[in-house]
Write a protein that binds this ligand. Sequence first.
Ligand code: GUN
Ligand code: ZN
Length: 434
Amino acid sequence: MPLTRKAYRAAILHSIADPAEVGIEASYEYFEDGLLVVDNGQISALGHASELLASLPADIEITHYQDALITPGFIDTHIHLPQTGMVGAYGEQLLDWLNTYTFPCESQFADQSHAEEVAEIFIKELLRNGTTTALVFGSVHPQSVNAFFEAAEKLDLRMIAGKVMMDRNAPDYLTDTAESSYLESKALIERWHGKGRLHYAVTPRFAPTSTPEQLTLAGQLLSEYPDLYMQTHISENLQEVEWVKELFPERKGYLDVYDHYQLLGERSVFAHGVHLCDDECARLAQTGSAVAFCPTSNLFLGSGLFNLPMAEKHKLNVGLGTDVGGGTSFSLLQTLNEAYKVMQLQGARLSPFKSLYLATLGGARALRLEERIGTLQPGTDADFLVLDYNATPLLSYRLKQSKSIAETLFVLMTLGDDRTVAQTYAAGNLVHQR
Ligand code: GUN
Ligand code: ZN
């Protein structure tokens, strides 16, 4: 195959460490006039344009983006494909919201052509918003995952997804059985896990909708295949936490249910964790598990305020999740806007560099993919974005007053959304152009 080499010139910013560990200044690299070189879908060089240009052949194709910032692609560590059609459902908190809106909406995925149609819309929406990797809940139907992976494979995206397992406390039209969920998950794993840039996640919806038998089989799947992911929900809503105590009286608490069934580990991502206690954070950290912080959802469903400082104290891996359709936006910029406010309401600060970290390298670490995505380090996948400083008249005017990259970044996260994402590249291919 001939070498395809391209270079992109713009301001370039990426996170290289967690500000909580190394301090803000050592957590990022910024090139005011930077150059990103891409060879065959991977980043081969990153640096100051003035320095790198001299080392490159004179005829190299360079795309120069003015008034723009190149960053790594965003990573959404928690989102639901079959809830695309129900974003912004009025009036309920978690358990009533599931029964009233979510389950009926997800039932439509029994129809293969519906699943295919929504998968196309969903992936377009991810890319329009600059999300190049997501950890995705399908519906209970295997065809939801097949449709999603087929669409993702066509664009050579790095994506993770799984079929929901739920065999109780949900309508009959939407439940599987412990055995059928095991067999259907296994068939999907055999077909998709490790194919190109695709990975499979074993996906018990949450403790209340799985019998002990189903949770046992979820744990068994994880033991049967290397590098499988596990995704579920935890401690999102106080009524939910009480319900889990009633359903599993023999366990110490919510996390202990998952722990008992051997669902914790380095590729396990627990969505929300709003009401986790100190001991549970410690146990999650000890097992290398991660939590997906989903601020737009936690505010919209009235679930509560995620305690990021507590997670940091325990060195717990945290990624950012939109949680569409409980969340209200596909945009990780808008998600960070709300994350900032969630911290404000707790008397804490979220620096723009910590926010950048959460949306990129932090998410990659939560997914154990930091060798491949989340930064612009040479040798990693060329998944990156071009953010447009002139995306809206207000953004353009506001950024003209900016005195630093910190201020620019913060304003992008406050005023930015899908309009801010001018281009999205995945594996070096242009997969979205505004
Ligand atoms: N808990 C169990 N299922 C769901 C879901 O679909 N969305 C959210 N936000 N929480 C859940
Ligand atoms: Zn969710």
